[in-house]
Design a protein around this ligand. Sequence first.
Ligand SMILES: Cc1cc2nc3c(=O)[nH]c(=O)nc-3n(C[C@H](O)[C@H](O)[C@H](O)COP(=O)(O)O)c2cc1C
Length: 330
Amino acid sequence: MVELVSKIQKVSMFLTEYFADAATYFRYCGISPFQDKTRKLFYKILIEAHALEKGLSLANPRSLFGAAKIRFLMKAVDRYDLTFSRLPGEKVCGIFHAYIDLHSKRAVNDPLLVEMAAFLDRYEKVNSISPDGGLRRLDDETYDEFPPAARLLVSRHSNRMFADETLARSDVENIVRIAQSAPSQCNRQSCKAYFFQNRDDIDRLLKLQAGSTGFSADVNNLFVITSDLAAWGGAQQRNQAYVDGALFAMNVMLACHALEIASCPLNLAVTHKVENAIKQVGSINEGERLIMMIAVGRPVSRGALKVARSPRRPLAEILVTRMANERHAL
Ligand SMILES: Cc1cc2nc3c(=O)[nH]c(=O)nc-3n(C[C@H](O)[C@H](O)[C@H](O)COP(=O)(O)O)c2cc1C
């Protein structure tokens, strides 16, 4: 009897915890009517601006790409409150400069470019903006302020320009052997790395992923990272597959970087239907949770390589301290 009650309690906890997840997500997510407007706009601008920045980092972006996003961003940053964080304003301006630059090199003229220049002229002056976004200048980066081991971390970047080359099995095995150094809860090591090189498999998988538009044809090596749900039990562990999975995926990217192999994480923010379709194409066990895809390979030559700048938020917006020598009001 006691056992039966305990089982019923465990099962009902699944329902209450998943319900609480849904309620919290609905209350605080970026499309919730209850979320703060400035906070929502902050993320919306960063996301939309990143799409443009990503476009700039492709091998051959279409002239005047993303016009609707540009028009949205001009209006959005104008109504955005920079006292929340200056990054959206700085990032949009940096990207607009890089966009105008690209088109002036191509001798493209269009009213959109004139509008952007006028916007920059006014917005930067009125708000004293130092633009920060567009393309990363890898040759100018020295990382001198960091100790040598930390330079591996700060020099990693997402790469979207791959050479037309498949990796050798020994490279793939080395990446995964190094990535296995990732910590995992109770050392249960639930993660798996599925690796694909077949053109047809990659095309089908990337079509279901949808975040590699513009460079999917250049992806010749692709990982799909998963976590085995059998490693987890009880409602309180419901998200741990993602925690261990993300740590393992990060280690795959750092292992690649250490081996001078480029990588680009590719989101799997998909519905169950798409997740199941990906599992079918990749012959992935039904009982595994998909974490993310990672495109890997040799990058194109340094001279031809373009990398999105992806500027980071200032430390003060990220680091919250409760130091021993500081007093805090409750
Ligand atoms: C979970 C996750 C999903 C991502 N999905 C995509 C994607 O679908 N397509 C893409 O081009 N980049 C994707 N990225 C790469 C991010 O845009 C990139 O990490 C971010 O702009 C920071 O730049 P960096 O990686 O060069 O430091 C993803 C990154 C993460 C962590």
